[in-house]
Write a protein that binds this ligand. Structure first.
Ligand SMILES: Nc1ncnc2c1ncn2[C@@H]1O[C@H](COP(=O)(O)OP(=O)(O)OP(=O)(O)O)[C@@H](O)[C@H]1O
Length: 259
């Protein structure tokens, strides 16, 4: 379970270009829930993820994971409980190493240093099983160097590597944004299979309104550093892209045009 309580973050405080990125934002995500965060540019989505991961300290407010207050826990310690996948498919994997070697790297990162290293039959069987969750055939490509994989396969591998340590929370930071539409759909399919199979509590930021409609239990719209709208339960089943777009603030566009 994730709780964000009255999170406040101001950039350039006291200066003419002061910007309130998080305006006493509160949000709760239940254990096993898949929340999809949308909102216009500058709404505060990345700042919120950075605050949750610990990459950015809050001015005030609290972050709780499964009831533990982690507000003052440094990012590297929080990383043991939080997995994060970024936009760039090249970031999460080592290109010149094989799929199996990448899985081993991820495993060693999430376990103690004294843990036996080396690829062995038990490990390879475990990697095969976990990669098969993605439904992309990566379990048959354990000896393939990652640089030979497609962007979608590589991003899906990043995802399964990130969640190997059974994190309390998975943060997906526009993880399909750099992919072409077909590949983005493929990665979303793999994501949902992994989230369901591993019962992950997930917060995904996306600009893809169709993905917000099609996936997740709840859509959370941010605007000006606050939660503007939440659509979950049965209501989520009826939501459409057009309805979501209707809720977007027009103020920022008007301001940009000098209106
Ligand atoms: N490191 C920073 N320094 C100064 N201002 C920042 C910083 N990070 C974010 N901001 C400002 O805070 C506000 C919220 O930005 P944020 O990146 O969280 O929005 P976002 O919803 O993720 O936008 P986008 O969809 O464009 O990624 C914006 O006005 C942005 O310019």
């Amino acid at each position: 379970m994730l709780e964000i309580r009255s999170a406040r973050k101001t950039f350039y405080k006291g200066q003419p270009d002061e910007k309130v990125a998080l305006d006493d934002l509160s949000l709760t995500l239940q254990t096993g829930e898949f929340g999809v965060v949308i909102g216009s540019n500058g709404a505060g989505k990345s700042t919120m993820l950075n605050a949750v991961s610990g990459a950015m300290p809050l001015d005030r407010g609290q972050i709780l994971i499964n009831g533990d207050d982690v507000t003052n826990t440094p990012v590297h310690k929080r990383a043991m409980r939080i997995a994060r996948v970024f936009q760039d498919p090249m970031l999460g994997t080592a290109a010149s190493m094989t799929v199996a070697e990448n899985m081993l790297l991820a495993e060693l990162r999430s376990k103690s240093r004294t843990f036996a290293r080396g690829l062995n039959a038990k490990r390879l069987a475990d990697y095969k099983e976990r990669l098969s969750i993605l439904g992309l055939g990566l379990e048959n490509r354990l000896d393939t160097r990652v640089e030979l994989l497609s962007g979608g396969q590589r991003q899906s591998l990043s995802l399964i590597m990130a969640v190997g340590g059974s994190p309390d929370l998975l943060l997906l930071d526009e993880h399909t944004a750099a992919l072409d539409p077909r590949t983005a759909d493929l990665v979303m399919g793999a994501t949902v299979r992994a989230v369901d199979a591993l019962k992950l509590t997930t917060l995904m930021v996306t600009h893809n309104m169709q993905h917000a409609v099609d996936y997740g239990h709840r859509v959370i719209m941010l605007d000006a550093g606050k939660v503007k709208l939440q659509i979950g339960g049965e209501e989520k089943a009826d939501v459409t892209v057009a309805k979501l777009i209707d809720h977007f603030s027009v103020k920022s566009d008007a301001m940009l045009l000098g209106a």
